[in-house]
Design a protein around this ligand. Sequence first.
Ligand SMILES: Cc1cc2nc3c(=O)[nH]c(=O)nc-3n(C[C@H](O)[C@H](O)[C@H](O)COP(=O)(O)OP(=O)(O)OC[C@H]3O[C@@H](n4cnc5c(N)ncnc54)[C@H](O)[C@@H]3O)c2cc1C
Length: 337
Amino acid sequence: MIEAPPESSGYDINVFEDNKNVVRENIEVCSSIDVNPLHPKCVAIKLTAIIPAQIVKDLTNCIGEKEIITPEMVYDLSKAFDSGDTDYLANKFSLNQEQLKRIAEFIPNINWLGKLCESENVSLFVDAEFTQYQPGVRLITLALMHIFNKEKYTFWNTYQCYLKKTEEHVHMDTKLIQDVGVRWAGKIVRGAYMQYEREKALKNKVEDPVHDDYDSTSDAYDRVAEYLLKGVAEGKDWRFILATHNETSLLKACSTYSSLSIQKNVYFGQIAGMGEALSCGLAQTGFPVYKLVPTGTVDEVLPWLSRRMAENSHMMAGAQRDRIMIQQEIKRRILKN
Ligand SMILES: Cc1cc2nc3c(=O)[nH]c(=O)nc-3n(C[C@H](O)[C@H](O)[C@H](O)COP(=O)(O)OP(=O)(O)OC[C@H]3O[C@@H](n4cnc5c(N)ncnc54)[C@H](O)[C@@H]3O)c2cc1C
């Protein structure tokens, strides 16, 4: 799984074009890798690398505080993407002329991404972002699923279980996508922006969107995993990856995976260089594991990695154990020879 780190918060067309080149390169490299054909080739990106954050913010505002996305919204947005005609957004979205013009200007970037992934046979993980953008990102990805996930699992939404509303969203989206007759795919994470979300809620004097404590986030994560594992075992058209370094969640999920005799459509993922002992243990036991590899220059990748290390509080506490296990393995290999 390759991550294209670029992101952009502004409105500079040249930046989006540069980012598209990076994304294209990553998709083409990923496509050329020889892997077991049963397992998807995956690239992860932030949507705001190729379209202005303002577009996802505008769509977020249309969805409203309750964050309910209806099948009609998904149909209308996918028709607008497919045709390039923003008139389809007239009924369900309250957008002014300037906002519609901005969407129309960037529809080609969205279609370009979908067609490229489809032709290169690459699955695209759309990263989850801050809550002021995430409902819009979620809606755009559902519309892309409606267009591109008819035969394959091309577009994957990301669900942040630290948010109080996420469990409900997973239930809503899996049902919605099933009802519109395409395939649902998801990346399940705990969530990366806790501190920022808490500070923003405090500043704006609104309810904190993040669960009150770590255990509530973990319980939500494990319930979402259980719900999805059961759905896949029942034969639902779902595919998902549990992206976590948390050993307890992984052990619980693996135990359910084995007891339900799941054979396909469920994956486990960790960031390259983090949770190595966990990934190796999972792989050796026969579970399908992905490592997320950020690409780019050292200057681009190091800040990204250091942010990820800061988030991974519990995994970093286990880093010492990883080091000991790696040392033991080196010794074992040297003594063996
Ligand atoms: C392959 C991969 C892809 C990822 N993609 C994304 C993405 O697209 N978007 C995104 O936001 N994140 C993403 N992440 C990061 C992820 O959301 C987590 O921040 C990170 O993995 C740490 O969580 P954990 O489950 O691995 O482990 P842990 O160390 O067990 O959990 C730490 C996490 O628990 C939560 N937490 C900690 N303290 C509290 C508290 N007091 N109250 C409530 N919750 C708390 C926070 O979410 C924190 O990040 C990704 C991670 C991986 C491995």
